[in-house]
Structures are given as structure tokens and as C-alpha cells.
Design a protein around this ligand. Structure first.
Ligand code: AMP
Length: 259
């Protein structure tokens, strides 16, 4: 079956007016998901894997901020400079800035290819905004996947995480080491540790998660869309668990079977 090609995410990362080329999905698509879970629970890795099977676009607000950080200072508004400073400390970017950023990218929510939201919403006001935008567009969420993981494992995952500066592939010093130290297996790019994975920032991020993001679990449970998934084991195991849970939740929905 011919399905959508992987979207390039330029519209999401830069809020560019150019729409990405989407091949219309067959019946049963598109998927619209939110991924929840503490920092380090593996949302980014799972979003990448799920993108291939569900052929929906991976929309990460953290990636938008990181892309903005790499643009020159001249292209950064004062609000963005303040947002990037919050990010560096591991604190949340203020809701107003995140809301503006998502509103500017409303086309990505409307997209016929569907989406996998990773890192948004992160607070109750953001969850209200998403609900309101989706109602306004006549869209519904298929599921909110909550990746559950013990605290000790979260800390170990974050401190060992390394990211490719070129293709953004994610590695881990012990659980998914690159073949050559410091070098990406996929593209040969340099691997770096995210500034907000430093021990001080990790402490702040976990505290922020507990106070601001954890309440979203009840919010989505009340809406009947919460889908808990245990996030221990290898990325492939967690991914298979997620796919099985999605199939059980929505039998008959489109899931691409690689040949
Ligand atoms: P992430 O890659 O999702 O872990 O995000 C990295 C950082 O970007 C977070 O620690 C926050 O500083 C900022 N950030 C990303 N998404 C949001 C959001 N929805 N609300 C507030 N801050 C965010």
C-alpha cells in the first residue's frame, strides 16, 4: 500500500508558509496523538519510531526552540531570547510564548497526515488551548500515550543521552551507544549532550514535570483518551507495546505494515 512519505517538518520547525507535500492517507488514517511522560521517558525516540508506522508528523515544541536557538541572534525576538534562557535552565517556557508558537503552526494540526505531539501540551492552560484549537477545527485526539517510568531510571537515561547535532538521532552511552564514540551511526555527525540534560537542569525539569505536567494525566483520563504504556525496556520493546495498545484501543485503524 502506498502511504504518505515522511514529512520534512519544515512547516513545524520554522512556521514556514510552505506546506509539506502530503500524500493523502487511505481510510483509517490519519492518527492524532499526544505523547506524555517525564523528561527522559523516551517520548522523542518513540515519536520517531511511531512516525514511520503511523505516517504522522512528529511535532515537538522542544525541537522548535532548539531550531530557533541555532538561528542567529538577529533572528531572535526578545520573547524568544527569554524563552531560550528558560529552556537552558530546564524551566518551562511561558505559556503565552508556547501558545503563540502553536497557533502560528495551526496548519500542522489541521494536516491530513495527522500528528504526534511530543512535549506539548506541558501545562493545563496548554492542554486547554489544544482542546479548544481541535474543537474549533472539528478534530479529535485518538489517544494520549502516557509513558510511565520509575524516577531512578529517568535520571540515568537523561544523564547518558547524546544527540546528533546534524540529524538529531538519539543515542545513550550505555543502552544505545554509537559504534564510534561521539559520532552518529546514521550520518557521521557529532554527538552532544543537551544543555538541559546537565545534572542541575535535570533536577529542575523533574520538579517542573511534577508540578506542571503530571496533572495532565488526570485531565486526559477524565476525557477518556489516556493510554498508559510502561516505558521500561529497549526502545523497540516500548514501541511494540505502544503499537499493540493502539491497535487494542482503535481496532481497524490504519497502521502501516512494512513489507
Ligand atoms: P523537550 O525537548 O520537550 O524536553 O523540551 C526542552 C525544553 O523546551 C523544555 O525543558 C522547556 O524549557 C522547553 N519546552 C518545550 N516544550 C515546551 C512546552 N510545551 N511548554 C513550555 N516549555 C517547553
Amino acid at each position: 500500500m502506498k502511504i504518505a512519505e515522511k514529512q520534512d517538518r519544515a512547516s513545524w520547525l520554522q512556521s514556514s508558509p510552505n506546506r509539506c507535500a502530503i500524500v493523502p492517507h487511505p481510510d483509517g488514517w490519519p492518527w492524532r496523538l499526544v505523547l506524555l511522560g517525564a523528561p527522559g521517558a523516551g517520548k522523542g525516540t518513540q515519536a520517531e519510531l511511531l512516525t514511520a508506522r503511523l505516517t504522522a508528523c512528529h511535532l515537538s515544541t522542544g525541537d522548535v526552540f532548539r531550531a530557533a536557538k541555532n538561528r542567529g541572534k538577529d533572528d531572535q525576538t526578545p520573547a524568544l531570547v527569554a524563552a531560550l534562557e528558560s529552556m537552558r535552565r530546564g524551566a518551562l517556557v511561558p505559556d503565552e510564548i508556547v501558545s503563540d508558537l502553536v497557533r502560528e503552526r495551526i496548519d500542522c494540526l489541521r494536516c491530513r497526515g495527522g500528528f504526534i505531539l511530543d512535549g506539548f501540551p506541558r501545562t493545563l492552560p496548554q492542554a486547554d488551548l489544544l482542546k479548544q484549537l481541535m474543537e474549533q477545527e472539528g478534530l479529535t485526539l485518538d489517544a494520549v500515550v502516557n509513558y510511565e517510568m520509575p524516577l531512578a531510571e529517568i535520571v540515568s537515561r537523561l544523564s547518558g543521552r547524546r544527540t546528533c547535532e546534524r540529524c538529531k538521532a538519539i543515542f545513550h552511552l550505555t543502552t544505545k551507544p554509537p559504534k564510534v564514540e561521539g559520532t552518529c551511526d546514521a550520518c557521521g555527525g557529532r554527538l552532544y549532550q543537551r544543555e538541559d540534560d546537565s545534572p542541575d537542569s535535570v533536577k529542575v525539569r523533574l520538579k517542573v514535570y511534577d508540578s506542571s505536567t503530571a496533572p495532565l494525566i488526570q485531565f486526559y483520563r477524565d476525557l477518556g483518551v489516556l493510554m498508559p504504556v510502561t516505558a521500561t525496556g529497549s526502545p523497540e520493546e516500548i514501541y511494540s507495546r505502544t503499537i499493540r495498545a493502539l491497535i487494542a484501543r482503535a481496532p481497524g485503524r490504519g497502521i502501516y505494515q512494512p513489507s
